[in-house]
Design a protein around this ligand. Sequence first.
Ligand SMILES: C[S@@+](CC[C@H](N)C(=O)[O-])C[C@H]1O[C@@H](n2cnc3c(N)ncnc32)[C@H](O)[C@@H]1O
Length: 270
Amino acid sequence: MTEHQAVYTHGHQEAVLRSHRSRTAANSAAYLLAELRPGDAVLDVGCGPGTITADLAELVGPTGRVVAIDTSAQVLEQAAEYVASRGIGNVEFVVADVHALPGPSGEFDVVHAHQVLQHVGDPVAALREMRRVSAPGGLVAARDADYAAMAWYPRLPELDDWMSVFQQTTRANGGEPDAGRRLLAWARAAGFPEVRASSSTWTYATPGERLWWGELWAERVTGSGMAATAVANGLATEQELARIADGWRRWSVEPDGWFGVLHGEILARG
Ligand SMILES: C[S@@+](CC[C@H](N)C(=O)[O-])C[C@H]1O[C@@H](n2cnc3c(N)ncnc32)[C@H](O)[C@@H]1O
């Protein structure tokens, strides 16, 4: 579906996947958990390395099942290994694009996407497609960060530059970094008659959390898909990215350092 194409900004380098592997249903899909029932058929869109997928599979198992899709065959292989390592057998992995989901209409009780709609070329079309494959009365659940709403202390100039370069890079790739605040509007535009919107946060404020989050971004700024696109589009030089990475490392050992990530969430029926 070329008209919907966007480039996935982060890429699948180790520092990116290390971040995604820290995710669980509890820390990333709490808004959805009360809606899941054993026996549900779940579609996990853009499953990445599969840690949330595995939790969802356990929650709907043993009678329920999860189909996990991603555009990257490489990350699906890693997700399949991870799910197998936890002894979970009710997940099927399929390479697919959210704009053209495989399978018939109405197949899934729950269609879930975590941190995916910010990266796609047409989030409204993606949500329409997620609605198509959900059963009558079924649920579409999405959660996305909102970069402009992220807050941190101290206000190091390098982190302001990181935000600016990241937002420009994501938009150059056809995505929308401030997706969290738009999910409700996107779902309404996709035709859902009933949408419940909420928000939740991740916080990094202990020495261990700061080191993990700061080092992760220092690596991502210089060595991920973001870095390559930023340089190729003239949004930052390699020297500027190295300076931003140094800023992240300074923040990561700052005893007063605090970082909050706001997310928008929707539960939509239709
Ligand atoms: C930020 S990662 C989130 C992974 C996982 N949901 C999580 O939260 O850990 C976004 C994932 O969406 C995938 N993706 C990007 N565009 C996609 C599209 N159009 N259709 C399906 N998956 C897509 C990427 O390959 C990537 O694995």
